[in-house]
Design a protein around this ligand. Structure first.
Ligand SMILES: [Fe+2]
Length: 507
């Protein structure tokens, strides 16, 4: 079994399998000066019988290499191109189970989203694309266990915050070499700005606001071979945070864009570029003024993963944290809140993993008497947090475990309701690369918030969760040096959550 797609291997097997490619009768003759699959392949949103396959064709002149990516102008026009795809039961593509042709065109940046159906549950598949005379790398993906399956184990990685300039993606190289079922990304997949100093590489351009600029930013990030390897190794689930558009935005308000109408145009461009680069289901009639990305994903009877969108529908942050009893402010919007409550009541899974971008638990930032909270997180939306926790408490069968990112620190916390009842367990992954907060700020958090049982602000990496019927085990993984392209990675801390007993236990 391959862990990372191997191009030489692929070329050998590609020749042998050439006969099984669908007839490309309608294909317009396509020849490429550079590899059109230079952004790799990806898969996502696995169900028991389906998965989404993704790629995006990229052309000479729009290539993402730092030397020639930055034309400071929209890409020249390219014609529609037919792209053949196939998915096989084996990595040699001797047993192709389905194939087809889709047309990629410039309205969606020549991105390809294929919704494959009628697959077998809980098994590995291999997929690849062909356009004209060009072959893509091979990706590996896995369907979800059947709805009622008595599955006994499931392992996934979760990651966030991968500022391209502040470090190398060694964490993803490590992730790609593991034996996982899934990767969950919790936001800040791209950064709109540079931030910080001592960069190891460069965006090459300033903050995007137009569609072609957001596309270029994604293409740059996705040209990283380690990130590509992690996409090619597993199916992904994704949600977003703020930097996919602009720092600290909420709904139609942005700290740096004065006019809501202009900002909503920028947001639509950012949402479109996000869609074009993520392995999410194809949209029949895309409109990017609004883009529903929250969703509920089942993995047999063992667990489900519910991903939330805390950016698109949130109220502008109140000036100060409102009292818990005030119900005016929403983080999720009324519709998503009601949806989440229903999902939690209906969930039959042993474990409920709730993915949202940041820390759900309270985090007092003021040392000593008095309190101070971040206006960008749940602390200024206490009533909304209270409603979310009520939904969790109502779901009596489930073991709720909240996962998040955003803060560039690793945290493990006991999630408590306003009445101090222990409701859930929470794990926040540190950043893949993004700069950590100051040591002082971090120490204040640890001193003032005893429910945050563990924190680590000096390391970068990601987290793993191994779910079994009796426990969920969480490993925190750090790279040896984010500024070293050859860094290795290792577990530095482990926790366990026991069935029926919310709260984090250090191993
Ligand atoms: Fe971040």
């Amino acid at each position: 079994m391959i862990r990372q797609p191997n191009r030489r291997h692929f070329l050998a097997s590609g020749l042998a399998a050439a006969a099984v490619w669908p007839m490309l009768g309608s294909v317009r003759a396509a020849q490429f000066e550079t590899d059109p699959f230079a952004l790799g392949v990806a898969s996502g949103c696995p169900t028991p019988h389906g998965v989404v396959l993704w790629t995006r064709l990229i052309f000479a002149g729009a290539a993402p290499s730092p030397a020639d990516a930055f034309s400071f102008a929209p890409a020249p026009h390219y014609p529609p191109i037919d792209v053949a795809w196939e998915i096989a039961a084996d990595e040699g593509f001797a047993h192709v189970v389905q194939s087809g042709i889709v047309t990629a065109d410039e309205t969606l940046a020549h991105s390809v989203h294929v919704q494959v159906e009628r697959l077998e549950p809980d098994r590995w598949y291999f997929y690849r694309f062909r356009a004209g005379d060009a072959l893509s790398p091979v990706g590996r993906t896995r369907t979800a266990p059947a709805a009622g399956a008595e599955n006994g184990r499931f392992s996934f990685a979760f990651a966030a915050c991968q500022q391209y300039e502040q470090g190398w993606y060694s964490a993803y190289r490590d992730m790609a070499g593991r034996d996982l079922d899934l990767v969950v990304h919790l936001g800040d997949y791209i950064y709109e700005k540079s931030y910080g100093a001592e960069h190891v590489r460069s965006h090459g351009t300033g903050a995007p606001s137009l569609l072609f600029e957001y596309r270029d930013r994604y293409a740059l990030y996705k040209s990283d071979p380690d990130l590509m390897a992690a996409h090619a190794a597993y199916p992904w689930l994704v949600t977003w945070d703020d930097h996919e558009v602009v720092d600290n935005y909420g709904q139609d308000a942005s700290p740096t864009d004065r006019h809501p109408e202009a900002f909503l145009r920028r947001r639509a461009a950012a949402y479109q570029a996000w869609y074009e680069h993520m392995p999410v289901p194809p949209l029949a009639a895309p409109s990017f003024e609004a883009l529903r990305i929250y969703g509920h994903h089942r993995f047999g009877s063992l667990l489900d993963v519910t991903l939330l969108d805390t950016r698109q529908y949130r109220d502008p942050a109140p000036e100060a944290p409102q009292p818990a009893e005030m119900s005016r402010y929403t983080m999720l919007g009324a519709e998503q809140e009601a949806w989440f409550d229903r999902i939690m009541q209906e969930s039959q899974a042993k474990w409920s993993i709730i993915g949202q971008p940041t820390l759900l638990s309270a985090r007092d930032l003021e040392l000593g008497p008095g309190t101070r909270y971040s206006a960008d997180g749940w602390d200024h939306f206490r009533s909304a947090r209270g409603r979310l926790l009520s939904s969790l408490r109502g779901a009596e069968r489930a073991n709720p475990v909240v996962i998040g990112g955003d803060l560039h620190c690793f945290y493990a916390a006991d999630v408590k309701a306003e009445d101090q009842t222990l409701v859930a367990s929470e794990f926040v992954t540190g950043s893949i690369t993004s700069n950590a907060p100051s040591a002082n700020a971090f120490e204040t958090v640890m001193a003032e918030n005893p429910h945050i049982r563990f924190g680590e602000a000096r390391k970068h990496g990601y987290a793993l969760m191994h779910v079994a019927p009796d426990q969920a085990r969480v490993e925190l993984v750090a790279v040896s040096d984010r500024k070293d392209p050859a860094a290795n990675a290792a577990k530095f801390q482990e926790f366990v959550v026991l069935d029926g007993m919310p709260g984090v236990n250090r191993v």
